[in-house]
Design a protein around this ligand. Structure first.
Ligand SMILES: Cc1cc2nc3c(=O)[nH]c(=O)nc-3n(C[C@H](O)[C@H](O)[C@H](O)COP(=O)(O)OP(=O)(O)OC[C@H]3O[C@@H](n4cnc5c(N)ncnc54)[C@H](O)[C@@H]3O)c2cc1C
Length: 406
């Protein structure tokens, strides 16, 4: 019987263990926390968005995003659906996003743990890795608990996102000792900090906003949806979707700006027409603040006016056309200077990881060390928000486990 050792008991490591054990291997899963799958419990706000029906190449990112595709071809959306249905997870779908019908991420972890137990996977928790040695007989892994031997070793230790769930980077020196290199790791799917001090006064606003990211004046990414304005800057799913590019640009000291459009549902012409109506045709007895009530959240109005140097209590009807044009431009193209991201502890995933040039995309075996495999976030692939990161974890875990057991 082939012996497979997996380091890291997150989504990808658990999947790798199941995949290898189903192939008949004797599997040991080493996890340094007191239990496996802690991060799974926090996914999807505790509901676990475990995959997405829409699978497109643009949903996966990295230095070489197409690396993900041979892996996802072996275990795609349909395979995830079937795998979990067989384990007991009845899918509940919302606009392509899949959740367990129980509404509980804990059910996903429960069925995975039941399957690990059914397959007699040896799960060792509290195992701090001291050394990974490769010799002609395979892998010798020294831990705080005991030492283990494997014919194959799968590394599924994640990166640094949400470190309280165990992904703390403690395995990186061992990976480097085996000869592998990393693409710089930055937080992704994370909130962005802004320089402008007015954010303190508009914190708490949630609105349909389009957000564009410019790096050195070049448009890099855009998204639209409910953006949250916070005291430090911007958050919400559209911000998460563009954040990995901002994080990378900031790490490279590049000029990083976001442009917010507070009326993405109106063209510039339609917006100007609406402002004309509010200020000139119906604004005679209103001041500028009053003219905008009902159009924008109340806290936002003084900020928009101040940024255009328009006195808030000035009579709306006497605003010059130049001032009104400036206001329209502020509403459509508010420039925000991005100064940073929130830290790893706030990030849902990281961008970066083990360089995909060093890994075979068909098997996920290292090109440098025979018998060594990688799975999950530790590989330089990150997905957009919406079930793609777990889909990557399941798919890469399946592929690494399958080939590791062969
Ligand atoms: C709050 C939050 C919500 C999320 N929601 C979603 C969602 O709804 N849908 C989605 O698709 N994705 C979501 N994600 C992302 C998704 O959870 C991750 O991409 C995925 O769990 C990564 O799995 P992984 O197994 O590769 O890594 P991890 O889950 O990070 O697991 C790595 C494991 O390795 C262990 N480990 C690390 N170092 C060592 C070591 N030295 N020795 C032994 N063990 C070690 C860790 O303790 C951990 O158990 C969310 C993430 C967060 C933080």
């Amino acid at each position: 019987m082939k012996k497979v050792i997996i380091i890291g008991g997150g989504a990808s490591g658990i999947m790798a263990a199941i995949s290898a054990a189903r192939k008949g291997a004797g599997v040991t899963l080493l996890e340094h926390m007191d239990r496996v799958g802690k991060k799974i419990l926090s996914t999807g706000n505790g509901k676990c968005n475990y995959t997405n029906r829409v699978q497109d190449k643009s949903c996966y990112r990295g230095e070489n995003p197409s690396f993900a595709w041979p892996v996802l071809k072996q275990f795609g959306f349909g395979d995830t659906l079937k795998f979990f249905l067989e384990l007991g997870i009845y899918p509940k779908e919302r606009e392509g996003y899949l959740y367990p019908a129980s509404g509980q991420a804990s059910s996903v972890l429960d069925v995975l743990r039941m399957e690990l137990s059914r397959l007699s996977v040896n799960v060792v928790t509290g195992a701090d890795i001291k050394e990974i040695k490769k010799n002609q007989r395979g892998f010798h892994i020294e831990t705080s608990q005991s030492s283990f031997h494997g014919d194959a070793c799968i590394i599924a230790c994640g990166l640094k996102a949400f470190p309280k769930s165990g992904s703390d980077g403690s395995l990186f020196p061992h990976i480097e000792k085996l000869g592998h290199t990393f693409i710089d790791i930055v937080p992704a799917l994370v909130q962005l900090k802004a320089k402008q001090s007015f954010f303190k006064s508009i914190a708490g606003i949630r609105s349909d906003i389009s957000v564009e990211l410019y790096v050195n004046q070049k448009l890099i990414a855009r998204d639209r949806g409910e953006v949250q304005l916070t005291e430090y800057g911007i958050s919400g799913i559209p911000v998460f979707q563009i954040s990995r590019f901002a994080a990378r640009a900031l790490a490279e000291n590049k000029n990083t700006q976001a442009v917010l459009d507070f009326t993405p549902y109106l063209s510039m012409e339609e917006l100007k027409e609406e402002l004309n109506r509010r200020f000139y045709r119906e604004g005679a007895k209103k001041d500028c603040e009053e003219a905008l009530i009902g159009f924008f959240p109340k806290k936002l109005i003084p900020v928009l006016l101040k940024e255009c140097e328009i006195e808030i209590h000035k009579n709306a009807g006497i605003l010059t056309e130049r001032e009104l044009k400036k206001l329209a431009e502020e509403i459509k193209y508010m420039h925000i200077t991005i100064t940073g991201t929130k830290g790893f502890e706030h990030a849902q995933v990281c961008a970066g990881g083990v360089n995909t040039e060093e890994i075979n995309p068909e098997t996920l075996e290292s090109k440098l060390v025979t018998g060594l495999y990688f799975a999950g976030e530790v590989i330089d692939i990150d997905g957009i928000c919406g079930g793609y990161n777990l889909q990557w974890a399941w798919a890469s875990g399946y592929v690494a486990g399958l080939h590791g057991a062969e």
